[in-house]
Design a protein around this ligand. Structure first.
Ligand code: 4NP
Length: 167
């Protein structure tokens, strides 16, 4: 582990949130884990994901998302869970995939300070232009590929923002 790298980055806990926590947010979670591990920051930046709807709790990510992610080198092993208000104490940055998730998180936030932790995933895009991460659940293969393209771009942008101490 490179201690120089660690000392310049503030410990940061990131929670990715979508609806079911079986497609978009566990993919974001897996991509970010991969990036953080590659650059030696896994002890400084911690990552988790959750869903606003608890109906898939305990499940592995959707088989289609696992398959598409694995082709890019991401092994998704997260088990779905529902987001709770205590997540606002446990995480520094809470990232919503779309406006529905964003509004749900706002309703759940226990304080004004907690509300300030909520961001949109698309705020961190640097190459692709999009205002939300589309729900791929009822889509075909191209929908899953599009989601992964957006998430890879946004995860890189989020990482750069953390490294540049913008967050
Ligand atoms: P996610 O996708 O929010 O990206 O995990 C969905 C997963 C499940 C459902 C909807 C979206 N569902 O309706 O069960």
């Amino acid at each position: 582990m490179n201690s120089d790298k660690q000392s310049t980055i503030k410990p940061t806990r990131i929670l990715f949130v979508c609806l079911g926590n079986i497609c978009r947010s566990p993919a974001a979670d897996g991509i970010m884990h991969h990036k953080v591990f590659e650059i030696g920051l896994k002890d400084v930046i911690s990552i988790d994901s959750a869903g606003t709807y608890g109906g898939h709790s305990g499940e592995l990510p959707d088989a289609r998302m696992r398959q598409h992610a694995l082709k890019r080198g991401y092994n998704l092993t997260h088990h779905s869970r529902k987001v709770t208000s205590s997540d606002f104490d446990r995480f520094d940055i809470i990232v919503a995939m779309d406006d529905y998730n964003f509004q749900d998180l706002f309703r759940l936030a226990p304080s004004v300070d907690a509300e300030k932790k909520i961001f949109r995933m698309t705020d961190f895009l640097t190459k692709i232009s999009a205002d939300h991460v589309p729900d791929p659940y009822y889509d075909g293969a191209s929908g899953f590929e599009r989601v992964l393209d957006i998430l890879e771009d946004a995860c890189e942008g989020l990482l750069q923002s953390i490294k540049q101490r913008k967050l």
